[in-house]
Design a protein around this ligand. Structure first.
Ligand code: C2E
Ligand code: CA
Ligand code: CA
Length: 877
């Protein structure tokens, strides 16, 4: 009997069973939701079944058979009939039919009509429940259909048969009863096919009625055969129940013979397909179309979802070319991909040289996640393994690749390998060389910027080093590294960081002359090989242009981002190798960075020593911080009008165990580079606040202000605000006595986050001073946006000690003081060393200042004495 699963001849997709999950999805907008329509249909069928059962079946007479079967036994038979589906696979089609007519027809004679319906519903229903993973709605549908079919089977049978005559002694089923049985199973087969087609259409699947005649023809045939067999069984049972056993033998033999026949037939078809595949490869005009045809063909041959062919044009390279057919990922034709030489699968096909099952094939399929099972066969040609053929996911429920399939695949793969190696390969050599070129391009270029990569650069430099050259123009490399790019990347996100890199690459590229080679080494590192004939001076000029070209901000993510760049240049000496040349340029670049960034240095052998020292210094610093070896010096900040000390700036001091005092300018950037600045800054803040609170206890030192320098890295640290709060609480300092100093370039790095953090700090009552104002990108727009309370004029911007009368020298200071006035911000002038300078600043209206004139940075004790002594710098106006 047909049910809505893989019963009857269901040809591929129309099946309402195996892939019903897909078929059920409504594909077009309709007046009623597909699911609702199907539910209505189920209710309708159930109603028909119920009415038929109570209205007709219950009234039907019982067939007076010599023996009656108990319904539970019949239910088991129905269950077995449903479960034992005979399945024939051929191509992608899955012909399957059940043996349920056998118990069905026997039951017509040997069960009461009510028992028949009951046994059928329970047996087939159980099969539904146990055997298949189906959505509930489909189970309900199948059950309803079983009910209708059982009722129809009984009704049709009793409409034709006349079971009363069977009550007579010696009577047995006759032609009319046989006809009734045939009509009954034929009617249910047709009804089943119709209902399946109807529900698929209702659920939004493609209309199935066109395929109906074919479905009915096949299931009708099966029904006929099964019915005949069943009738034979009934007859035998009627006459002599025991002799039924005799029937079992021929039935089993027929069944086995049939299976054998199907197997032979399948083998035959496969041979034909194999022939077809070699024909495809040998006669197709183009390699790529031949491969696609082969893949499509192979995929069908194995009833698989997808087939992929990998070719390794280079036996020792990572490059491979993939073509594929079928499946959700779509077809690909000759797509270059990278598959490492020591990829596990690649190694395996090379060593085993035989097909194997690999599930899943993670490394090289288009969509590894979709691979449930796969077979892989090497393409073994005369040159060795030239590729692999992969077959992915068997179609059809519960079906798997078997050893037969593996052997067949191996044969196909061997044929393909030979075909590909002969003629075809040569014929399409230009195609392969084009692909090789594409692979080469991928191997030598940076995918983000399209620039050459390190490999390309190195090869080019090697070529230049090997070529004869003029002593005046040695091959020279420029190594470029963006300043603080990591911060940009971390705060703006990688996508914006990438966009910024592309912009930077364009700017740098704009400065090149014909013949210069620009490459990206990865991250924020670039390198330039100036064209042949360039001198070191030419390289310098070029690099300076590059650095200057980056001066303008980049618009990124709604803000302007400044990217500096430091560079190192090294020129080849006699026997230099590429590695040495690049290493030296890198060393020079580091020197440029530590000398203040945004600059270029030419390599000098002495630099190596300083690099070594730098490393030593960095590790010494880490140790000193953890041991608490750093100390804090304080420099007075003075009210210029009265000369009174109103505050101090905390400045870190490091007395190195062997090298003595080291300048903060020398080690702060080291601490920033390796992150120890966080611990350093924390220690300075803690020491300084405690010191100032202690001073505040003294009547003469009440209200003394404290300025502490902040590194941008501290600001970005997630715990920063908590730590500041903790410090204020622990030390007991009044936050209004505390000022944080930050340089403007540091502030502008990551405007959004910086502004937010600075505002939180300000809400605590702490003030913010912009340090070294005027040396960076001082812009009014920025000043407005940033929460700034104080401006500090950089030491470099106040006129020289004796140039008081030089208007040029004071132009900056004058402008900044005016700016501070109009914004209402107090100004602190730094680096006041002479009375002339003090006089001038007073005249300009600058309120506060610090410098050697008032006091050098000194240990707490000295500062304390200085303040308490109350000495002020007296200057005549
Ligand atoms: P800065 O914040 O601009 O600090 C002022 C620098 O100018 C100090 O140098 C100070 O000694 C120096 N100075 C003060 N008055 C005069 C003067 O009249 N003439 C001259 N020529 N120089 C004067 P120092 O102590 O070497 O610090 C250098 C820089 O190191 C500081 O510049 C600051 O940016 C950084 N720094 C110092 N301590 C810390 C710290 O605890 N944390 C952080 N993040 N940075 C610090
Ligand atoms: Ca400062
Ligand atoms: Ca400063």
């Amino acid at each position: 009997m047909a049910d809505a699963s893989e019963r009857s001849s269901n040809l591929d997709a129309p099946v309402f069973g195996a892939r019903a999950g897909r078929d059920w999805r409504p594909s077009r907008p309709e007046w009623l939701d597909a699911a609702v329509r199907v539910r209505i249909f189920i209710v309708l069928l159930t109603t028909i079944a119920a009415v038929g059962y109570f209205g007709i079946v219950r009234q039907l007479p019982v067939v007076p058979a010599p023996i009656m079967i108990a319904w539970p036994i019949a239910a088991i038979a129905f269950y077995l009939g449903e479960v034992n589906v005979v399945v024939i696979h051929f191509l992608r089609e899955r012909h399957s039919f059940s043996l349920s007519e056998l118990p069905g027809v026997v039951g017509l004679f040997l069960l009461t009509p009510s028992d028949y319906v009951l046994a059928y519903l329970i047996g087939a229903g159980l099969a539904l429940l146990m055997e298949r993973q189906q959505p509930t709605i489909k189970r309900l549908y199948n059950l309803a259909q079983f009910g209708v079919c059982a009722v129809v089977a009984q009704t049709v049978f009793h409409a034709i048969a006349d079971p009363r005559h069977l009550a007579a002694v010696g009577s047995h089923p006759e032609a009319r009863d046989w006809l009734a049985a045939f009509a009954s199973s034929g009617a249910t087969a047709i009804l089943g096919a119709l209902l399946v087609a109807a529900v698929i259409s209702l659920s939004g699947g493609a209309p199935q009625f066109k395929k109906l005649p074919e479905m009915i023809r096949f299931s009708g045939m099966v029904a006929m055969a099964n019915t005949s067999l069943a009738l034979l069984t009934v007859m035998v049972v009627w006459v002599d129940p025991l002799s039924a056993i005799l029937l079992a033998v021929p039935t089993a033999i027929v069944f086995l013979a049939y299976r054998a026949y199907i197997g032979e037939r399948e083998k035959h078809e496969r041979l034909e397909l194999l022939y077809e595949s070699s024909r495809l490869l040998h006669y197709a005009p183009e390699l790529d179309s031949a491969i696609v045809a082969l893949l499509d063909h192979t995929r069908k041959m194995f009833r698989a979802e997808r087939a992929e062919l990998l070719l390794f044009p280079d036996p020792i390279g990572d490059g491979a070319i993939r073509s594929s057919a079928g499946g959700a990922s779509g077809d690909e034709t000759m797509v270059p991909v990278a598959i490492p030489v020591h990829d596990a699968l690649r190694t395996r096909i090379k060593t085993e040289r035989a097909a194997f099952q690999a599930s899943p094939t993670r490394s090289w399929t288009t969509n590894p996640a979709a691979v449930k099972e796969a077979m892989v066969a090497p393409l073994v040609g005369e040159r060795g393994v030239i590729g692999a053929l992969t077959i992915i996911n068997r179609l059809g429920e519960g079906s798997r690749f078997e050893s037969d399939d593996l052997r067949l695949l191996e044969t196909v793969a061997n044929q393909a390998a030979v075909a590909l190696e002969n003629g075809q390969l040569e014929q399409s050599l230009h195609e392969l060389s084009r692909l090789k070129e594409q692979l080469r391009h991928q191997a030598y270029h940076d995918s983000l910027t399209g620039l050459g990569n390190r490999s390309l650069f190195v090869e080019e430099v090697e070529r230049r080093l090997a070529a004869p050259r003029d002593v005046a123009t040695p091959p020279t490399v420029v190594f470029l590294d963006l300043d603080d790019f990591k911060i940009v990347n971390d705060t703006l996100g990688h996508a914006e960081g990438d966009r910024l890199l592309v912009g930077v690459a364009e700017r740098i590229g704009g400065q090149l002359r014909p013949g210069d080679l620009l490459a990206r080494f990865g991250g924020d590192e670039f390198a330039i090989l100036p064209g042949a004939g360039s001198t070191v001076e030419d390289a310098m000029a070029l690099t300076e242009r590059v650095i200057a070209s980056l001066q303008l901000p980049f618009p990124v993510a709604g803000t302007d981002v400044l990217v500096g760049c430091s560079a190192g240049i090294s020129a080849a000496r006699g026997t230099d190798t590429v590695d040495e040349l690049l290493r030296d340029a890198d060393v020079a670049m580091y020197r440029a960075k530590s000398d203040g960034k945004r600059r270029v240095e030419v390599f000098d052998p002495l630099m190596h020593r300083s690099i070594v020292e730098r490393h030593a210094l960095t590790s010494d610093l880490g140790r000193s911080i953890s041991r608490g070896d750093l100390s804090v010096a304080y420099q007075p900040i003075v009210a210029l009008g009265t000369g009174r000390i109103v505050g101090v700036e905390a400045l870190v001091r490091w007395r190195h165990p062997t090298r003595g005092d080291i300048d903060p300018t020398e080690f702060i950037h080291l601490a920033e580079e390796n992150g120890t600045i966080i611990a350093l800054g924390r220690a300075v803040l803690r020491t300084a606040t405690q010191q100032v609170v202690e001073w505040h206890r003294h009547p003469g030192l009440k209200g003394l202000g404290l300025s502490v320098n902040l590194s941008p890295l501290q600001l970005q640290h997630p715990n920063f605000i908590d730590e500041v709060r903790a410090d204020i609480r622990d030390s007991g300092i009044d936050p209004r006595d505390l000022t944080f100093e930050m340089t403007e370039t540091a502030m502008f790095r990551d405007t959004q986050a910086t502004i937010a953090t600075l505002e939180t700090i300000r809400d605590l009552g702490v003030r913010i001073a912009m340090d070294d104002f005027g040396t960076g990108y001082s812009s009014l727009a920025y000043l407005r946006r940033f929460p700034v309370d104080i401006l500090k004029i950089a030491r470099e911007l106040i006129g020289g000690p004796t140039e008081t009368d030089d208007p040029e020298a004071w132009a900056f200071a004058r402008a900044i003081v005016a700016l501070g006035r109009s914004l209402g911000l107090p100004i602190v002038a730094e680096g006041i060393e002479t009375e002339d300078q003090l006089r001038m600043l007073r005249r300009l209206g600058c309120g506060l200042g610090q410098g050697y004139l008032f006091g050098r940075p000194a240990p707490a004790g000295e500062i304390e004495r200085l303040i308490l002594a109350g000495t002020t710098v007296e200057v005549s106006a």
